[in-house]
Design a protein around this ligand. Structure first.
Ligand code: DUC
Ligand code: ZN
Ligand code: ZN
Length: 468
């Protein structure tokens, strides 16, 4: 009888703290020993010359989320998690959306049913609070937090999703009492609506108008307001998908006042600009997401935020819609206005390779900082650490082995999501994950899928590791 199920030998192991050469021994899905010249496994993987990293955790993805009327998200749990796996991820965190007037438990039951037996990575759920009624706030949310749903998102934009400030204050208050983590989408809906109506009146309805009707000022103001509300309630807050330097400054200022703020940015704010939404007939719709990409200066600011620690999380905000599909980006409700283009772009598979190539390989960030931004901080922020997000004795054996020498050009035909395009077509990156283990099981081996649908499981979050 072998002592171990598997040894990963001689890899360069990186955690959020250290880089060291070691063997990793795995037994019953867990990491059980780190050392040199370990022996006694049924199987071995030679990782010499490779980086051995904690599996990526993408804590901001949208899968099978009900969208507007006639609109269908391009990924279900099978395609979304398969794409994530190929991108070196072992856990993703999608959002379970409350329907107005309905309990969250009802949506959760349906969401679990969609995920059950379908996943290639582990999953843990955030909640979206869409109807902050007394029953939800007083009874349902506290019980859900106890049951492992410890994070929730609120929106300051979108007519059918936004909460007003009074409701956000109530949600933050429940979060303070229950130690739940609140994520906020910061854009000022009234200002956006004013600009949208003005644009439409003047016949300015092309996809590029999506960017000009959601300028930096609407994000900056809402970011400031969300941070202020959290300060008043005295509770930590996560500002998601930050796109520019002005919103970053708000985060930095709130921290200087003593606020506990987690900042998140995404690949689109490093690689795309608003100009990419211009021209090409309706093709700009492919890049419509909110907040929109900005300009080169904002890209440089976001890089600075990644390097200097304004951002703790680098997530994809994978929110895929097909382009050649009236249920996707071509949905204009017969009016041909940017206003009806579903917001969101795919990116769960390319998130880590983009930051690895553009961040680590260029020397902008260290390997431990990469691990922190793509895995460890996600587990710590959302109650999955140290079971997930690190390479340590006792942790789940969720591991991605990266070959830093592979140079590959992104083509959507090589990706595994359910969309029909990638915003990053033609971008060449150096360094890709080649082998991925989930709970000790080899899922992808040298680029080939060997794991099965259903190998990924649901993981409840734990308040024991909450950021509060
Ligand atoms: N917010 C997100 O977080 N994702 C996609 C669309 C949106 O508005
Ligand atoms: Zn959002
Ligand atoms: Zn999102």
């Amino acid at each position: 009888m072998d002592r171990f199920d598997l040894i990963i030998r001689n890899g360069t192991v990186a955690t959020a703290a250290d880089v060291f050469v070691a063997d990793i021994a795995i037994k019953d899905g867990k990491i059980v020993q780190l050392g040199t010249a370990l022996e006694g496994a049924a199987r071995e993987i030679d990782a010499a010359g490779k980086y051995v990293l904690p599996g990526g955790i993408d804590s901001h993805v949208h899968i099978s989320q009900p969208s507007g009327e006639g609109i269908v998200m391009a990924d279900d749990f099978a395609s979304g998690t398969l794409s994530a796996l190929y991108g070196g991820n072992t856990t993703v965190m999608p959002f379970c959306l409350q329907r107005k007037g309905h309990p969250l438990r009802e949506a959760l039951k349906e969401y679990h049913a969609l995920a059950e037996g379908e996943c290639y990575t582990d999953v843990s759920f955030h909640l979206i609070v869409n109807d902050a009624n007394e029953t939800l706030l007083g009874q349902e949310l506290p019980a859900l937090v106890r049951d492992g749903y410890t994070s929730l998102k609120v929106f300051m934009t979108y007519d059918d999703l936004r909460l007003d400030d009074a409701s956000i204050l109530k949600v933050l208050d429940v979060a303070r009492q229950t130690k739940a983590t609140v994520m906020v989408h910061c854009e000022n809906e009234d200002a956006i609506r004013y600009l949208v109506e003005k644009h439409e009146r003047s016949g300015n309805v092309e996809p590029y108008a999506h960017a000009t009707t959601r300028p930096v000022a609407v994000e900056r103001e809402a970011t400031h307001r969300a941070l202020t509300l959290a300060e008043i309630v005295d509770v930590p807050i996560v500002i998601v998908h930050v796109s520019n330097g002005a919103a970053m400054e708000e985060i930095a200022r709130a921290r200087m006042r003593g606020g506990k703020v987690v900042g998140e940015t995404c690949p689109q704010y490093l690689l795309l600009t608003a100009d990419d939404l211009k021209g090409m007939d309706w093709e700009g719709a492919k890049l419509v997401c909110s907040p929109p990409p900005r300009d080169k200066a904002a890209q440089a600011d976001c890089w600075r935020g990644i390097e200097a620690g304004v951002f703790d999380l680098f997530s994809s905000d994978h929110c895929p819609f097909r382009y050649e599909d009236v249920r996707g980006k071509r949905n204009t409700k017969g009016l041909k206005s940017f206003r009806h283009i579903p917001n969101g772009i795919p990116g769960v598979e390319t998130r880590q390779p983009i930051l690895f190539s553009e961040g680590v390989m260029t020397g902008r960030i260290s390997l431990p900082r990469f691990v922190a931004l793509t895995s460890t901080n996600h587990a710590k922020t959302y109650g999955l650490y140290p079971q997930k997000g690190t390479i340590a004795v006792g942790a789940d054996a969720d591991i991605a082995i990266w070959d830093p020498t592979i140079k590959r050009t992104i083509r959507h035909s090589d990706l595994h999501d359910g969309a029909d395009y990638t915003p990053y077509e033609g971008v060449t990156l150096t360094g890709w994950p080649t082998t991925v283990l989930l709970n000790g099981k080899i899922m992808i081996e040298d680029g080939t899928l060997v794991g099965r649908k259903g190998d990924g499981q649901y993981c409840a979050a734990s308040l024991a590791n909450s950021i509060q």
